[in-house]
Design a protein around this ligand. Structure first.
Ligand SMILES: [Zn+2]
Length: 307
C-alpha cells in the first residue's frame, strides 16, 4: 500500500512574516491518518484550527491566506509547497502570529525542517485526486491573457510560463516544466526564492506590507538588475519560484493531484480559482489509492526518505 505520511517527531522554526514583519514561531507536529493539514493559531485566547481547503482561502492578493471565522494565516504557500514536495499528508502546524515566517524566501528551509523531523509512514492509504478531464480557468484578452489548466496525467507535472517585461527577468528562462517523477523537487524547485521590484516594495511598505522583506529573503530588482550581491540560485529562478508557489497553492486541495498542471502568468488567485472550478465539476476527477506501491506513479513511492 502507498501509505499516508506525517512527521516522526515535532520540529520548530522561528522567523518573521514577509508582510507583517512580525516575529512568529512555528511548531510542526505529527497528526493522525486522514486528519489532513491543519494550522492552529495558538496565540489567540482560544486556539483556532484552520484546516486547509480551497474554500478556506480568503485572500490571494499578495500571498495565499486561509481563514476560519476571523482567525487567519497568511503566506501559507511555501510551507505547503514543501509538504507537497515531500508528500506530507497529515500535520498540525501551531503558529503564534498570523503569518508563516518567510525564512529565506524559498521552500528549502521548510524541506530541511520536515526532513530533519523525519517522515513516518502511517497505516492508511494515501488518497490522490486523479484528473479525468481537462479543467481550465482563463482571464483577460490578448496581451493581458492568463490561464491555468489541469489535464489528465498519471503522475504529477507542472509547466509554467511567465511574461515579465524586465531586463533582469527577460534574460533568464521564462518557461519551466517540472515532473515529480524526477524526484528532484528539493534540488530543482525548493530553493527558488520569491522576488520583487524596489518600486513595488516601496509602495507596499507605504501600505504596511512587505515589512519583513529584504535581500536575505527575496530576490530584489530595480528597473534594470538584480540587487542581491550573490545573484540567482538558478538561471531560471523566477519561473521556478512560480512552480514552487503553484505546488503550494494546489496542495490546499488537501490531497495530492495526479495531473498535468500548466499555466501562463497565473498566480495565487487563479490557482485557487482553478481548484474551485475543479470541485465544481465532480465528473472531472476521482479519488484513488494504490494497494501496491509499485503501481503508483513514479516519484510518489520514493518521495522522500521515510525512517
Ligand atoms: Zn512565493
Amino acid at each position: 500500500m502507498l501509505a499516508q505520511r506525517t512527521l516522526k517527531s515535532l520540529t520548530r522554526a522561528v522567523g518573521v512574516g514577509l508582510h507583517s514583519g512580525q516575529r512568529v514561531e512555528l511548531t510542526l507536529r505529527p497528526a493522525p491518518p486522514d486528519s489532513g493539514i491543519v494550522f492552529r493559531r495558538v496565540d489567540l485566547p482560544q486556539p483556532v484550527d484552520i484546516a486547509i481547503s480551497p474554500e478556506a482561502v480568503t485572500d490571494t492578493r499578495l500571498a495565499s491566506t486561509i481563514s476560519s471565522g476571523s482567525a487567519k494565516v497568511l503566506t501559507v504557500e511555501h510551507l505547503m509547497s514543501a509538504c507537497a514536495g515531500l508528500g506530507i499528508d497529515n500535520l498540525v502546524i501551531d503558529i503564534t502570529a498570523e503569518e508563516v515566517p518567510i525564512l529565506d524566501g524559498s521552500a528549502s528551509s521548510f524541506v530541511f525542517l520536515l526532513q530533519s523531523a523525519g517522515i513516518a509512514l502511517q497505516p492508511a492509504p494515501k488518497r490522490f485526486v486523479r484528473i479525468l478531464k481537462p479543467v481550465e480557468v482563463r482571464e483577460g484578452e490578448g496581451p493581458n491573457v492568463k490561464w491555468a489548466r489541469l489535464s489528465p496525467y498519471e503522475g504529477y507535472k507542472l509547466s509554467f510560463e511567465i511574461d515579465f517585461d524586465h531586463p533582469a527577468v527577460d534574460s533568464t528562462g521564462q518557461r519551466v516544466e517540472f515532473d515529480m517523477g524526477s524526484g528532484a523537487y528539493s534540488r530543482d524547485i525548493a530553493r527558488a526564492r520569491t522576488f520583487g521590484f524596489t518600486k513595488d516594495v516601496e509602495m507596499m511598505r507605504a501600505n504596511g506590507l512587505a515589512l519583513g522583506g529584504g535581500l536575505d529573503n527575496a530576490i530584489v530588482m530595480d528597473d534594470y538588475k538584480v540587487l542581491n550581491s550573490e545573484g540567482l540560485r538558478y538561471n531560471d529562478e523566477f519561473v521556478k519560484h512560480k512552480i514552487l508557489d503553484a505546488m503550494g497553492d494546489l496542495y490546499l486541495l488537501g490531497k495530492p493531484l495526479l495531473a498535468a498542471y500548466s499555466a501562463f502568468r497565473s498566480g495565487h488567485a487563479m490557482n485557487n480559482k482553478l481548484l474551485r472550478e475543479l470541485l465544481a465539476q465532480p465528473e472531472a476527477y476521482e479519488i484513488v489509492t494504490f494497494d501496491d506501491e509499485k503501481s503508483a506513479p513514479k516519484g510518489f513511492a520514493t518521495l522522500a526518505r521515510a525512517w
